[in-house]
Design a protein around this ligand. Structure first.
Ligand SMILES: *Cc1c(COP(=O)(O)O)cnc(C)c1O
Length: 416
C-alpha cells in the first residue's frame, strides 16, 4: 500500500493512516479527510507498461493506487472495467467532435457505487471488522449488500420505511440485515450513526468515509486507459453528496502526478433543478445552503451534501462548471441513451447527458469539443420513471387482421 497519511480538507492537519479514524478529530463530522499517496513509490510498480501486461479484468487492476493492501481481491465480485462506447449518433446530433458513454450501470449490482463498496469492504477486512453498516435509500445500500454477500461479511443496513421497492428487493435477495426505519432519511441516517457508535460496525456511509472517494476514482482511471491516456475535453456526471465527482477528479489527478496524462479534463457537475445546492452556491458565489429534495432523480436528491469540499474542488481545479437540469430533460435523456445506443440509465445516471445539452445551450461546452458522460446506474433500478420517459407499448388483440387494420406494423417499418 502506497499511502502517506490523511489530510483534513478543512484544517489541513495530517494524520497517520494506520488507524480506523474516518473524519478529522479536531473538525468533527464535517472534517472529511483526503488520503495522501506516495507517487514516487507508485511509479515503480504502476505505469503504462505494467498496466499493459496486467490482465486483471476488474477495478483491482488499479490496486497500486488504492488505499488498501488488496490481498484476496480475486474473491470479490467483478467490479469495474465497464464499457466505454462512442456514440456517433448523439455526437452528430449536437455537433460534438466525440461523445463517449461510460456505462457504469454494468457493475454487478447495477451502479457505480460498487467501486466504493469493494474498497470499503477490503478496508473493513484489513481493519478486522466482520460487520459493515450504512444508511441509504438506494444504490449504496444494495451495492454494499451484494458485495458483502460474496465475501461472507455481515451487513446492517438502515433504510427509510418508504424506500423504493426495487432497491429493497435487492437488499433482501442479497441477505442483508435490513432495518426499515419509521421516519425520514435524516432520522434514518442518525439512527445508523448511533447504532454504528454503539455496536462498533465499520461505517460505509458515503461522503464521510474517505476510502469511498478512492474506490470511485477507478472510473476515471478506466476512462483514461480506455481512451489511450488522452481523455476528452470534458467529463460529465451527476452529483448528490459529492463523493463520486471528488473521486473522478482524484483519479485524473493521480494520473497527472504519475505523468500518464498531460491534463485533467474539465469536470461538469450536473444536478437536478429540484435539488441543486452546488449549482446555486457556484452561481451566487455564496456558501453551500441546504436545498429542498424535489426531483425524480432519487440518487441525487441530496439537500445537504456530505462531501462539499471534494466536490467543489473537482469542478474548480479542473476548470469545469456546474449546471442544473429540469426533470423533463432527464427523462428525455433516458430516452435518447436508450434509443440511440441501447444504454439503460436510471434518472440520476441520465442527468449527465442532459447536463451536457444544458452546458452546450449555455455556451459552456463548445461545439466540436470532446465529452465523456458517465452513466452511474442502471435503469432497471427505477422502472416507473423509465416508463414515464419512454411511454407505453401499442396494445393489440391477438389477431392478424386487427394488427393489419391498425396500420401499426406498416408505421413501424415505414411503409405507411
Ligand atoms: C450515488 C449516485 C450518484 C451521485 O453520487 P454522489 O457521490 O452522491 O455525489 C449519481 N448517480 C447515481 C446512480 C448514484 O447512485
Amino acid at each position: 500500500m502506497h499511502v502517506n497519511g490523511y489530510r483534513c480538507t478543512l484544517c489541513h492537519k495530517e494524520f497517520p493512516y494506520e488507524t480506523d479514524m474516518l473524519t478529522c478529530p479536531d473538525c468533527g463530522e464535517t472534517g472529511i479527510l483526503d488520503i495522501l499517496f506516495d507517487y514516487a513509490a507508485i511509479k515503480e510498480v504502476f505505469n503504462r507498461k505494467t498496466l499493459s501486461m496486467d490482465h486483471t479484468n476488474s477495478m483491482w487492476r488499479y490496486r497500486a493506487l488504492l488505499p488498501v493492501e488488496a490481498r484476496g481481491w480475486e474473491r470479490f465480485l467483478r467490479v469495474g472495467v465497464t464499457p466505454l462506447y462512442r456514440s456517433n449518433r448523439l455526437e452528430s446530433e449536437r455537433n460534438l467532435k466525440a461523445l463517449y458513454i461510460k456505462d457504469d450501470g454494468q457493475n454487478p449490482t447495477g451502479s457505480l457505487k460498487d467501486r466504493a463498496s469493494a474498497v470499503a469492504l477490503m478496508r473493513a477486512k484489513e481493519l478486522g471488522y466482520d460487520t459493515v453498516a450504512c444508511s441509504s435509500t438506494g444504490n449504496a445500500a444494495s451495492s454494499l449488500a451484494g458485495n458483502a454477500a460474496r465475501l461472507g461479511l455481515k451487513t446492517v443496513i438502515f433504510v427509510p420505511e418508504r424506500a423504493p421497492k426495487g432497491k429493497v428487493a435487492q437488499l433482501m435477495v442479497f441477505g442483508a440485515n435490513v432495518v426499515a426505519v419509521r421516519g425520514d432519511y435524516r432520522q434514518t441516517f442518525e439512527l445508523s450513526r448511533d447504532a454504528i457508535n454503539k455496536w462498533g460496525f465499520y461505517n460505509r456511509n458515503a461522503g464521510i468515509n474517505p476510502v469511498m472517494t478512492e474506490g470511485k476514482k477507478t472510473v476515471a482511471l478506466e476512462i483514461a486507459e480506455q481512451l489511450n491516456f488522452i481523455p476528452t475535453d470534458w467529463v460529465a456526471l451527476s452529483v448528490g453528496d459529492g463523493c463520486t465527482i471528488g473521486g473522478v477528479y482524484n483519479g485524473f489527478y493521480d494520473l497527472l502526478q504519475l505523468g500518464m496524462i498531460d491534463h485533467i479534463p474539465k469536470i461538469l457537475g450536473v444536478q437536478s433543478m429540484g435539488c441543486a445546492p452546488f449549482v446555486t452556491a457556484w452561481q451566487t458565489g455564496g456558501p453551500l445552503l441546504p436545498a429542498r429534495e424535489n426531483t425524480l432523480a432519487d440518487s441525487i436528491a441530496v439537500g445537504v451534501p456530505r462531501n462539499p469540499v471534494k466536490a467543489m474542488r473537482a469542478v474548480s481545479e479542473s476548470g469545469g462548471a456546474w449546471v442544473a437540469v429540469p426533470d423533463e430533460a432527464i427523462l428525455e435523456a433516458i430516452g435518447r441513451l436508450g434509443a440511440a445506443e441501447g444504454v439503460f440509465a436510471e434518472p440520476a445516471a441520465a442527468a449527465s447527458l442532459a447536463g451536457v445539452w444544458q452546458a452546450m445551450d449555455q455556451g459552456i461546452i463548445k461545439p466540436r469539443e470532446q465529452v465523456t458522460v458517465i452513466v452511474t446506474g442502471s435503469g432497471l433500478k427505477d422502472v416507473d420513471n423509465a416508463m414515464r420517459a419512454a411511454g407505453e407499448p401499442f396494445s393489440c388483440e391477438p389477431d392478424i387482421y386487427a394488427l393489419e387494420k391498425s396500420g401499426r406494423i406498416q408505421y413501424y417499418i415505414g411503409i405507411a
